[in-house]
Design a protein around this ligand. Structure first.
Ligand code: SF4
Ligand SMILES: [Zn+2]
Ligand SMILES: [Zn+2]
Length: 299
């Protein structure tokens, strides 16, 4: 198998693009895909300050690496979720990467700052851990971006993640969630702009990127992930992709092109209903935001 760009021996085949690359051309391809997503969805202007949400996994570390290679001023923020050893190990991968690149990493530790971890929150709310985790991440990452004066908050959601979320939203026809499932959510009162520059990159490509760039990342799954329905959706989509390479990208990217414009009105109505939490001042459609309610419940 030869690289389609330079004819050197290839290290990876990307079936949905009907191509294969050597390591140098593969890195070039990854940077180009990210650059294309950023340009098309007007995610980040050249002189803006970016805060990258870092989990210690392959996607977020690869995203940080690509943004730095594309010369963006990008700092990282690691959120300590209090999931025992898993959180400690993830943090050490994030710190090690920041050290090797001489990049700035902020640490927000939920147990130290709010007195509970995600397992405690799941017990107190009697809901799946990912639900408390998701709302804590949204709240605290946004706060870190606003408090740090960043223009934009970037997360490492890749094509597989977004296709799985889309699949779940369509299965249940969650129209309001569909209206919000955008690769770029503009800044509004109290919300930093949120962007997902990896939407054109598959999970397997992100793992390959880290191997080629020798980026160490936490390989094991979060121990709280069992029962996460998006993992089941990913399996289904992978089976379809196996038979029809490119199906996943078409499903998600055509949703952005063909469907999202019809949902602009729904998104605008949702935004108009947002006020401020009476306790922490964060944007919220209720008097007290979901995160403050969670803190109260766990406390
Ligand atoms: S799997 Fe669930 S609990 Fe674990 S980090 Fe992801 S969202 Fe949080
Ligand atoms: Zn090549
Ligand atoms: Zn609040």
């Amino acid at each position: 198998m030869r690289c389609k760009r330079c004819t050197e021996p290839a290290i990876i085949e990307i079936r949905r693009h009907r191509t294969s690359f050597c390591s140098e051309c593969f890195l070039h391809h990854c940077r180009e895909q990210v650059r294309r997503a950023i340009d098309k969805h007007r995610m980040i202007a050249p002189d803006e300050r970016v805060l990258v949400a870092i989990s210690g996994g392959k996607d977020s570390l690869a995203l940080w690496d690509i943004l730095l290679d594309l010369d963006y001023e990008a700092d990282g923020v690691y959120l300590g979720l209090g999931i025992d050893d898993y959180s400690k190990r993830s943090q050490s991968f994030a710190e090690r990467y920041a050290d090797t690149r001489g990049a700035k990493l902020h640490i927000v530790d939920i147990p130290a700052e709010h007195g509970f971890g995600i397992p405690d929150a799941a017990r107190a709310t009697k809901r799946v851990p990912c639900s408390a985790c998701g709302l804590s991440k949204r709240h605290l990452l946004n706060r870190a971006a606003i408090d740090g004066g960043y223009d934009v908050l970037a997360t490492g959601h890749n094509l597989d993640d977004e296709a799985a979320v889309l699949f779940g939203n369509v299965l249940q026809w969650h129209v309001d969630y569909l209206a919000r499932q955008r690769p770029m959510l503009p800044a509004t009162d109290g919300f930093a702009r949120r962007v997902k520059p990896l939407i054109r990159m598959g999970e397997r490509e992100m793992a390959a990127y880290c191997v080629v760039k020798r980026i160490d990342y936490i390989v094991e799954e979060c121990p709280m992930a069992a029962g996460n329905r998006h993992l089941r959706y990913k399996e289904v989509l992978n089976q379809i992709e196996e038979r029809t390479p490119g199906a996943k990208a078409t499903f998600y990217l055509q949703f952005l092109n063909e469907m999202l414009p019809h949902l602009d009105q729904v998104a605008a109505e949702e935004r108009s209903m947002v006020g401020a939490c009476s306790r922490c001042g964060a944007p919220s459609s209720q008097e007290i935001c979901a995160f403050c309610k969670l803190v109260e419940k766990v406390g």
